[in-house]
Design a protein around this ligand. Structure first.
Ligand SMILES: N[C@@H](Cc1ccc(O)cc1)C(=O)O
Length: 520
């Protein structure tokens, strides 16, 4: 995902406004799809009604709490009408204190898509012009340079989203055509005048969950692919180990009916061409990292539907405060910026994903070790004879896998339990959903690395079995044969020691670009 290049032509157009967005559509926008905001006259009028309602309240009453007063704990501070128009600018500026890495262009595009979609629901009191400008910037691929740290995920992603507000008014930096440049310079180059934000617009842009939701959409997509890839790798590990395909039998799984777990078992069963049920079996029972693979990968597979529901409901919500009902003329103060659902989804997902890293790490341990690998050479080295003593096969790669797995497992501590009171106790309970989402992406990265190493190792293992005449190439199912062929095309049999970093990086990139054919 991080390597996805949004500058490659992407013909897809995602329509925003008056429709539900799927998380796949957010991923498509992240990867370069264009956005088309609803242009219907009555939709435009519906959006403008909210902005006009704020104007008329200001005109009639001179005050809208939380909008024309100070923000958060400072809402008792009244701001005179002569200063009200400066407030949005101050809000974006004083939150310009983000730290850490800058979000990638696809991630920043996903953030813009999520904020646009939420504001396009029409309950935030922003003008149509503001929505149009986000649409324009997305379609020109001008994105804010957003530092990823500094959100507690409950007053919305205030600080990171202030970087979106900033570029709209021509402040801070954008990333455009691969370069980080001052926003004002790029806006001028593109003939776009900086916006002057209306009273509610700074708050509406920043007071929501768009950063964590965007990262959650991207994480979901990666986790989905990983489930399928881990199932294929498990089938290949079973072949490498001369494992027992009875463990994936359809009758066996019929009596434990978790649907995701059954799906994973059926993928592995298909890969292993297991269709006959044993009457009795003298085959040994494989170790848990093979035998229980559907029960481990299946936890993620079974969690995905409810994680999707959490993420997509948040994505299609007005996660703002106050909510502005322009039609009924109500200002509704609440806490919709609170990202508890995304926090829970990301804390849950990172746990299930890290368990897959752990599973693959254990499978790797089995195939490397002559005590467990059923007659294969140590570390799957293909070196023979007098060359054997100086060659080490996948030894260091296995050590890497152990390190990546440990790091992934270490990150599974739920972020949401670290809620703490902040902002003079106005925000005295917060979600930490953005931290959970960032953890989850890191756990995914590490697990993809483990997946890449495992894919290479299991490919080597099956090739060694074929060379030894213990497995016939034509006995492989078409799906396993295809993966074997695809991976072998990138990777010569590992015989003499050689640095594998470039190959591993390339394999991880292919996983992130979903290039390997996996179970469907
Ligand atoms: N999220 C707060 C508003 C707020 C905005 C900026 C802050 O710095 C603090 C609080 C609310 O809607 O209640």
């Amino acid at each position: 995902m991080n390597n996805a290049n949004p500058s490659t032509p992407n013909e897809e157009i995602v329509h925003v406004g008056r429709r539900i967005l799927s998380l796949e559509q957010v991923v498509a926008i992240a990867e370069g799809a264009s956005v088309s905001l609803c242009k219907e006259a009555d939709y435009r009028e519906y959006i403008q009604k909210g902005a006009r309602f704020i104007d008329s309240l200001l005109h009639e009453e001179g005050v809208v709490y939380g909008v024309t007063t100070g923000y958060g704990d400072s809402c008792t501070v009244n701001v005179g009408l002569d200063l009200v128009h400066e407030l949005p600018l101050h809000l974006s500026r004083f939150h310009g204190c983000g730290m850490g890495e800058i979000l990638s262009v696809p991630q920043a595009r996903a953030v813009m898509a999520c904020r646009l979609n939420s504001l396009a629901i029409g309950k935030s009191g922003v003008s149509y012009e503001l929505l149009e400008r986000i649409e324009t910037l997305l379609n020109l691929n001008v994105v804010p340079a957003i530092p990823e740290e500094g959100s507690v995920g409950a007053s919305g992603d205030l600080t990171p989203l202030s970087y979106l507000a900033a570029i709209l008014v021509g402040e801070r930096d954008v990333i455009y055509q691969g370069q980080r440049r001052p926003a004002i310079e790029v806006l001028q180059q593109l003939d776009l005048a900086p916006l002057k934000l209306r009273p509610k617009e700074g708050l509406a842009l920043m007071n929501g969950t768009a950063v964590m939701t965007a990262l959650a959409c991207l994480a979901y997509h990666r986790a989905d692919y990983l489930c399928r890839l881990a199932s294929r790798i498990t089938a290949m590990a079973s072949l490498t180990l001369k494992g027992n395909s009875n463990h994936f039998d359809e009758l066996l799984f019929a009596v434990k009916p978790h649907p995701g777990q059954n799906q994973v078992a059926s993928w592995i069963r298909e890969d292993l061409n297991h269709h006959e049920h044993p009457r009795n079996s003298d085959r040994l029972q494989d170790r848990y990292s093979i035998r229980c693979a559907p029960h481990i990968i299946g936890v993620l597979a079974d969690a995905q539907p409810f994680l999707r529901q959490f993420i997509e409901t948040e994505l299609n919500s007005a996660n703002d405060n106050p909510i502005v009902d322009g039609e009924g003329e109500h200002i509704l103060h609440g806490g919709h910026f609170y990202g508890g659902h995304i926090a829970f989804a990301m804390d849950a997902m990172k746990n299930a994903v890290a368990n897959i890293a752990d599973l693959l790490d254990r499978q790797m341990a089995l195939v490397m070790d002559t005590k467990f690998n059923n007659g294969l050479p140590a570390n799957l080295s293909a070196a023979r004879g007098e060359r054997r003593p100086i060659n080490h096969g996948f030894k260091a790669v296995q050590i890497g896998v152990s390190a990546w797995t440990a790091e992934a497992l270490k990150l599974t501590m739920p972020a949401s339990v670290f809620s703490r009171s902040t902002e003079c106790h106005n925000q005295d309970k917060v979600s930490m959903g953005t931290i959970a989402a960032r953890d989850c992406l890191r756990v995914l990265q590490l697990t993809e690395q483990v997946g890449a190493a495992s894919l290479l190792a299991m490919t080597q293992g099956i090739r060694l079995r074929i060379i030894a005449g213990e497995l016939q190439q034509d006995s492989l199912t078409a799906s396993v044969a295809q993966t074997l062929h695809q991976v072998s095309a990138d990777c010569d049999l590992l015989t003499e020691d050689r640095p594998l970093e470039a190959l591993l990086r390339n394999t991880v990139a292919k996983i992130q670009q979903r290039q390997w054919e996996v179970c469907r």
